[in-house]
Design a binder for this molecule. Structure first.
Ligand SMILES: NC(=O)c1ccc[n+]([C@@H]2O[C@H](COP(=O)([O-])OP(=O)(O)OC[C@H]3O[C@@H](n4cnc5c(N)ncnc54)[C@H](O)[C@@H]3O)[C@@H](O)[C@H]2O)c1
Length: 396
């Protein structure tokens, strides 16, 4: 079947949804189509590793109701893009003509080199959440592989669901690489005190399914028999379509300030788009909800004729048991860090500096200071490390 749209959105994540809304606002009569690979309509992704486990959200409450703004074509992957004909073709033989196109295909989880007879869940989607929820009943022993965002959030969530949790990752500590080392070490202790077996410094290299579950082999030779395995090993941007279509691609699909790709009829937003951030002075690809929603909406407005420049700094947040934080800019522990604790590792601010400029701010159980952090990163400096302490108050 052939479809004809003014605006075609490829990708059914939060960026795609936000773009559909923005286009609908700007052009109420527009014909908008959205093709998504998942069977579920677009939904809020953060609750998959947070609110759905605490009962703050349900699968129904995270639905974004995108169908109110666009015609949805779900469970389909666009495989071919013919830029000259302005036509996309999906894996079920349908074709979509467009006037303007948004690429919002996101990213794909990295995979372990085995699948334990289909028992390993590489966690990314609502379908993955449903599978894990079915398997991770109270008392189940779950191996959580990866100590980044998904690993740290899911380990806490699964503990809350009454599971026995072993958290395995190659780094020195949970979130090392992002947090200063003392904070990362504090987190290891925090997780251990709540019953999580923290297995730092080890990769998972093999896994064999048995009758009862999966036996993992770690890089240090240890064996870990568990009932279920869930992995968060990072993601790689989904660039195949952009590459096939001959768009300019580096670390991601390269876009200009209006989020337009090297083809003037095609925009890109979300995990796969590499944009230049003026405050940080570099091209970035950001894999967080705030960027997906903000860039999706921005691209939608620009597709409908706006000429605004996208200059938003990365923002993200996380919940780890009863700890929580917000962060702005670059959280890279290789930068110089300045720690300012009012209560060590419970409440404080960490500043990340590079050549006298603030590049990132971690607001650890400090709320209401995101705008102050953004303003600080926009200041040219130079900053002296000690002068930063107290710069952002700990109580809003
Ligand atoms: N709060 C948030 O903003 C949030 C929450 C969840 C997910 N996300 C996003 O989802 C994406 C995926 O998250 P993620 O946690 O998978 O990525 P991540 O990059 O945060 O963490 C990847 C982890 O996997 C580990 N790892 C890699 N290979 C391994 C192996 N063989 N064995 C054991 N560990 C291994 C790494 O050392 C690291 O600890 C990211 O883009 C992230 O930004 C964000």
């Amino acid at each position: 079947m052939e479809h004809d749209y003014d605006y075609l959105i490829i990708g059914g994540g939060m960026a795609g949804d936000a773009a559909a809304r923005a286009i609908r606002d700007a052009e109420p009569a527009a014909r908008i189509g959205l093709v998504g690979a998942e069977g579920d309509p677009p939904y809020k992704r953060p609750p998959l590793s947070k609110g759905l486990w605490k009962g703050d959200e349900t699968p129904a409450s995270i639905d974004l109701d995108t169908a109110a703004h666009a015609t949805l074509h779900l469970g389909r992957r666009v495989r071919r893009l013919d830029r000259a004909a302005r036509r996309a073709g999906d894996d079920r033989g349908d074709g979509y003509r467009y006037r303007r196109l948004l690429l919002a295909t996101g990213a794909t989880p990295r995979r372990l080199p085995f699948d334990g007879d289909g028992r390993v869940i590489h966690f990314r989607t609502l379908a993955d959440y449903r599978r894990l929820r079915d398997q991770a009943v109270a008392g189940t022993h779950v191996a959580v592989v990866g100590g980044g965002f998904i690993g740290s959030e899911l380990a806490a969530a699964l503990c809350g669901a009454g599971c026995r949790v072993s958290l395995v990752f190659p780094g020195a500590s949970i979130g090392s690489g992002r947090y200063p080392s003392a904070l990362a070490a504090f987190l290891d202790d925090y997780y251990r005190a709540r019953g999580v077996e923290v297995l730092a410094g080890a990769k998972v290299v093999d896994g064999r399914a048995g009758e009862a579950g999966v036996e993992l082999t770690l890089s240090d030779g240890r064996r870990l028999p568990v009932d279920t395995v869930v992995a968060g090993l990072g993601v790689t941007p989904d660039l195949a379509l952009a590459e096939q279509a001959g768009l300019v691609v580096g670390d991601g699909v390269e876009v200009d300030a209006q989020l337009r790709t090297s083809d003037p009829a095609i925009w890109a937003a979300g995990d796969l788009a590499a944009f230049f951030n003026p405050a940080l002075g570099r091209r970035l690809r950001v894999e967080h909800e705030d960027a997906a929603v903000g860039m999706g909406a921005h691209a939608g407005r620009c597709m409908a004729g706006a000429e605004e420049a996208y200059a938003t700094l990365p923002y993200f947040y996380s919940d780890l048991f009863d700890l929580g934080y917000e962060a702005v800019g670059l959280l890279d522990a290789r930068l110089q860090t300045v720690e300012d604790w009012s209560e060590p590792h419970r409440k404080g601010v960490v500043y990340y500096l590079d050549a006298g400029r603030v590049r990132g701010v971690l607001l650890w159980n400090v709320w209401g200071q995101v705008d102050a952090a953004r303003a600080l990163i926009a200041e040219p400096g130079p900053f002296v490390a000690d002068a930063l302490r107290g710069r952002i108050p700990h109580d809003g």
